[in-house]
Write a protein that binds this ligand. Sequence first.
Ligand code: HEM
Length: 501
Amino acid sequence: MALMVTLGLIAVAAALLGLLVALLRGDSKTQHAKRPPGPKPWPILGSLHLLGQCESPFEALTEVGKMYGEIYSITLGTTPCIVVSSFPLIKEILITKGSHFGNRPNFLRFHMLFGGDRNNSLALCDWSDLQKTRRNIARLYCSPRFASVHYDNLDHVGCAEVVEFLAELSRVTKETREYKVKPLIQAACFNMFSQYMCSTRFAYDNTACAKVVRTFDDIFWELNQGYAVDFMPWLSPVYKNHMRLICTWSQTVRQFILSHIVDRQRLALDTSEEPRDFTDALLMHLQEDPNLSWEHIIFELEDFLGGHSAVGNLAMLTLAAVVRHPEVAKNVQKEVDAATGGSRNVNLFDKTVMPYTEATILEVLRTCSSPIVPHVATQDTTIAGYPVAKDTMIFINNYNLNHSEKYWEAPNEFRPERFIASGKVSKPEYFIPFSTGKRTCIGQRLAQGFTFILISSILQYYDVTSSNVASIRTYPACVAVPMDTFSLIFTPRNSAFVQSI
Ligand code: HEM
């Protein structure tokens, strides 16, 4: 009897303590009438100070999540935000209620990057009929289906550019032992995109092109950063110079695209023929669709050409990974040698018999965890029963998703094998490096195809190493590396071939 009374008292005390903790945290899970639990915001700053406690904001959001769980509220500046990290909740937001969460944050920087209006950008605009049209135009070219004519073209363009790239790499690495390869990789990726989308390529010593490639890379780096001014726009005078610089980037890109690509393409356009490429298709849509303007199609072309920067950065991250894990490089080389018999260049169609190489790129995507651009609620709605007010910003924490022991065995180890089952590539449904739903990445097939060609070709012909592996710096929850980044050593595996290119 005494035991029963004691247990009863303990139970009551525990329940009261739980209630007290919940009240202190603002936790209202029991009734779901309020926002999800989360840290109490400070005046003006909100909880921005918490994001500064780790190297990347997504690491910091993961740390905060350890206290509040898979869904929590956080106020950044004065913006109410919700952070989710479990796959069922992410699915609810991106798929089941995709149309309730189709908008993007209204950051000043985003406007500056896209000619004063972020709705010019496909990735940063709010959801609209225009966005639906722009995505539809892009789908055929930027998401080419396996065995389609566009997929063949992707292979053709990628492989042709790789020959030029290898020749240049061979030339420069004869003179320099340790080589900062990123600008050359970015130039090769730009040519893959400009050839695929505009039927144009540029010599590697073309200084105007080098400048625009650098500018695209600056933009890509910028998009991967977070600033206090995003949540406290009244700080913008402090960022005046930075904002001015950002504005010049969109002008540099615009001038180059018009004078080196679009003007020439317009003159050669024949509307009675099938479009030769994506630029032709855009120009033809402009003539047919009264809802599209000249600005719309030029911004769309710029956006997609800019995709090359993501590919170059992913290639750099993949090189960093194989240098850190030489056994992975050896496995890729074994696979590429077996696929080609050592007698021809690797191509995109070899991908079907090179699961380890594809899995290596997927493992890079998992470990670097490219952040998903925040979504914003378009209406009052709910997540997991919690009320969510219109304009609430939603962070999908795929860094947490990709590093959680709940989903991955030994998540901190680099193991491409985790993506292989019965000799084939196998991706769990909770692996969404390109996101999912209405606003999923349109360029994922291009990104994966070109990265595969580039990485497998480099490793087909070179051993890649570093004299100081520890100095190779990459950033958590970030698919970008700075332009002026690490150097690598490229040692020909078969000097007879390298001399012949
Ligand atoms: C490393 C390679 C890449 C990664 C990891 C990546 C990842 C992503 C992610 C996570 C999103 C956000 C989706 C969402 O908010 O739900 C996105 C959006 C987008 N991506 Fe990619 N991407 C890559 C390459 C590319 C390339 C090469 C292109 C263009 C050719 C591209 C075009 C886009 C566009 C236009 C959007 C915006 C879609 C929308 O908001 O409606 N991406 N990407």
